[in-house]
Write a protein that binds this ligand. Structure first.
Ligand code: CA
Length: 232
């Protein structure tokens, strides 16, 4: 049975998470402050941590940083409150695997946990297989999150990388914004698709010679995007 560490000082939310995760077949352990979270993470080695940001003693960001700098790679889903000064990209940069904004539905939490566990499981089970994608001048290393264009390494945020990898995996296919949102951001509900457009425009700035006339990431009007493989 997989064990989830829930770190949340607000008891009603903690109880709600415990209840719903148990219902979904997980074992749970809980901590109500940052110090206890680190102790439990190290002594119990849970399969995943749901980590609130606003916590007594040490906040969630400190907890995440300390675990990562100590070499722990337990998957972490951060919980943020609406209005928190928390930047999504920042969360991923400090080593969190995903984040959720409160209030959330229990169903959504369980779906995210499953998705993150699935991703981390594939990583652990196939560490020796370096999966790569090739398309024209692009070479994508899926495990390392690295992209080379004409042999030169590009810098991406994790989500930009995932979006580009998904586009290349589905090259020459028209992909709707909703599909991209659910595939790359794991949103199983109609979310704000502008996040897709923003990431596409960042990607274009990095990979296209002329962002007004993109060669690779084409806009399909009224639908979404398509990665076009060049015939070389
Ligand atoms: Ca809290």
């Amino acid at each position: 049975m997989q064990r989830i560490l829930i770190v949340e000082d607000e008891q009603p939310i903690r109880k709600l998470l415990e209840y719903n995760l148990k219902l979904s077949g997980y074992e749970t352990i809980s901590a109500a402050d940052g110090e206890a979270a680190i102790e439990l993470a190290l002594s119990e080695q849970p399969d995943l941590i749901v980590l609130d940001i606003m916590l007594p003693k040490l906040d969630g960001i400190e907890v995440c940083k300390m675990l990562r700098s100590g070499g722990s790679n337990i998957p972490i889903i951060m919980l943020t409150a609406k209005g928190d000064e928390f930047d999504k990209v920042h969360g991923l940069e400090i080593g969190a695997d995903d984040y959720m904004t409160k209030p959330f539905s229990p169903r959504e939490v369980v779906a995210r946990i499953k998705a993150v566990l699935r991703r981390s499981k594939t990583k652990v089970e196939h560490p020796e297989v370096e999966e790569t994608l090739l398309s024209g001048p692009f070479k994508v290393y899926l495990e390392r999150y690295e992209v080379y264009l004409h042999g030169e390494k590009l810098d991406f945020t994790p989500k930009e990388f995932e979006l580009l990898a998904y586009l290349i995996q589905n090259k020459n296919r028209v992909l709707s914004r909703d599909l991209l949102l659910s595939a790359v951001w794991n949103y199983d509900f109609a979310g704000d698709t502008r996040i897709v457009d923003v990431h596409v425009s960042h990607l274009r700035e990095k990979v296209e010679k002329d962002t007004r006339n993109p060669q690779f990431i084409k806009t399909v009007r009224g639908i979404g995007y398509k990665f076009e493989e060049l015939d070389l």
